[in-house]
Design a protein around this ligand. Structure first.
Ligand code: LMR
Length: 394
């Protein structure tokens, strides 16, 4: 029966990972998939995660099922980390999901259940898997302008003009911080203007926040999400622990549905539990339990926050180093945006043939749209990349 299947397009980011693995050159540089790497190229298990795993091994006496929405203690700890006191806890439904991707998938399904004809507005560009899942679910996508190819910042006027065409029953997908793939982000005043448009149009925001702590700090990176959640009657928040806890393969994420008051809580919570049951029953627990232990233990939490800050500052240092190296080599400030961008990624803003030339000639791997994972760099590869960028004529 399966001869009727059609080959599916490969995910560009994952296909690049394979190409890199197959490249025999020792000097190759991987700036593809979004994983943090330290100066030695390792994606380490964070200290607090190791300590929590150790403690868990010693103390856990059962692996019996949790609830369909995961352990409520995980939802509580994540709620506090993400939303602080921006909205009351008892207006917010929450369920653990397999990673941030699982949270996005469940959010899209919930949107479709509620409004089969909902359109989802997405930034142009956005994380390719947003588009892939939306297409798979047959949900109409409306791109809104986001990246200014000239300045490599946000095309804010274009964004606002496009968001004004949304209406009640539509969803506007926003990146809470550290925009993937561009690295270009809204400032506080621009977020206020976006909120104004959301209130005018009645469209529902959905915030994907996968990099809290990678931009300007754990609290600062949550500021926009908090502001949106407090201002609008309803919103969806898809959060990932893959990057900030470095537990990629544990698949740890959370979907929250914030409502205006407590009356919708039972319905929203029941819907999240139902959707989990249909798709995979109980969400994975191991990563969620580690996160809960870390967030609820003062010493573990302090150590995790300190290491997260080291990671963030390393990435900022690499940004500054690359921008200044390129400033030297090019004799111009046209790469200054690299130091302004935040998070793991920066979109270089060049053509696919130049991205290919970087790969073929220099063994430097970045996504075809010229998204670079800044965390894939180190002190040694920064000047190599800078020379290669100039060499291929970017
Ligand atoms: C990325 O954008 O590289 C990461 O979010 C990993 C992924 O799943 O694509």
């Amino acid at each position: 029966m399966f001869e009727t299947l059609k080959a599916q397009p490969a995910d560009k980011i994952l296909a690049l990972m394979q190409l890199y693995r197959d490249d025999p050159r020792e000097t190759k540089v991987d700036l593809g998939v979004g994983v943090y790497k330290d100066a030695t190229g390792l994606t380490p298990v964070m200290r607090a995660v190791k300590a929590a795993e150790h403690k868990l091994w010693e103390t856990q006496d059962s692996k019996v099922y949790t609830g369909l929405a995961g352990d409520p203690a995980f939802a509580d700890a994540m709620f506090t980390m993400l939303l602080g006191d921006a909205v009351p806890r008892n207006t917010t439904a929450a369920a653990a999901t397999p990673g941030g991707t699982g949270a996005c998938r469940q959010a899209f399904e919930m949107i479709q259940m509620a409004r089969p004809d909902a359109r989802v507005f997405v930034s142009d560009p956005t994380w390719p898997n947003h588009l892939s899942i939306l297409k798979y679910l047959n949900i109409e996508v409306v791109p809104y302008r986001y990246f200014d190819e000239e300045t490599r910042g946000v095309d804010f006027d274009g964004m606002i003009a496009d968001l004004k065409t949304a209406k009640k029953g539509d969803v506007v997908l926003l990146h809470g911080c550290c925009h993937n793939p561009t690295g270009a982000n809204l400032n506080a005043a621009e977020w206020d203007a976006v909120i104004e448009v959301l209130l005018q149009t009645g469209a529902t925001p959905m915030i994907d926040i996968a990099y809290q702590g990678f931009g300007d700090g754990l609290e600062a990176d949550a500021a926009a999400t908090r502001k949106v959640a407090a201002a609008v009657p309803e919103c969806l928040i898809a959060a990932s622990c893959s990057k900030n806890f470095g537990i990629y393969r544990e698949r740890t994420g959370l979907l929250m549905v914030v409502a205006a008051d407590t009356s919708a809580l039972t319905l929203n919570q029941g819907t999240l539990a139902f959707l989990n049951r249909q798709n995979y029953s109980f969400p994975p627990d191991h990563g969620a339990r580690l996160v809960t232990m870390i967030l609820n233990d003062d010493a573990l939490r302090a150590d995790w926050m300190a290491e997260l800050e080291e990671v963030r500052n390393t990435m900022l240092g690499l940004r500054t180093a690359l921008a200044s190296e390129l400033q030297k080599l090019s004799g111009s400030d046209r790469f200054g945006f690299l130091a302004q961008h935040r998070g793991m990624f920066s979109r270089l803003g060049t053509t696919p043939d130049k991205v290919e030339a970087l790969r073929d000639k220099h063994g430097i791997y970045m996504v075809g749209d010229s998204r670079m994972n800044i965390a894939g760099l180190n002190a040694e590869s920064v000047p190599i990349l800078a020379r290669a960028i100039i060499d291929v004529g970017i």
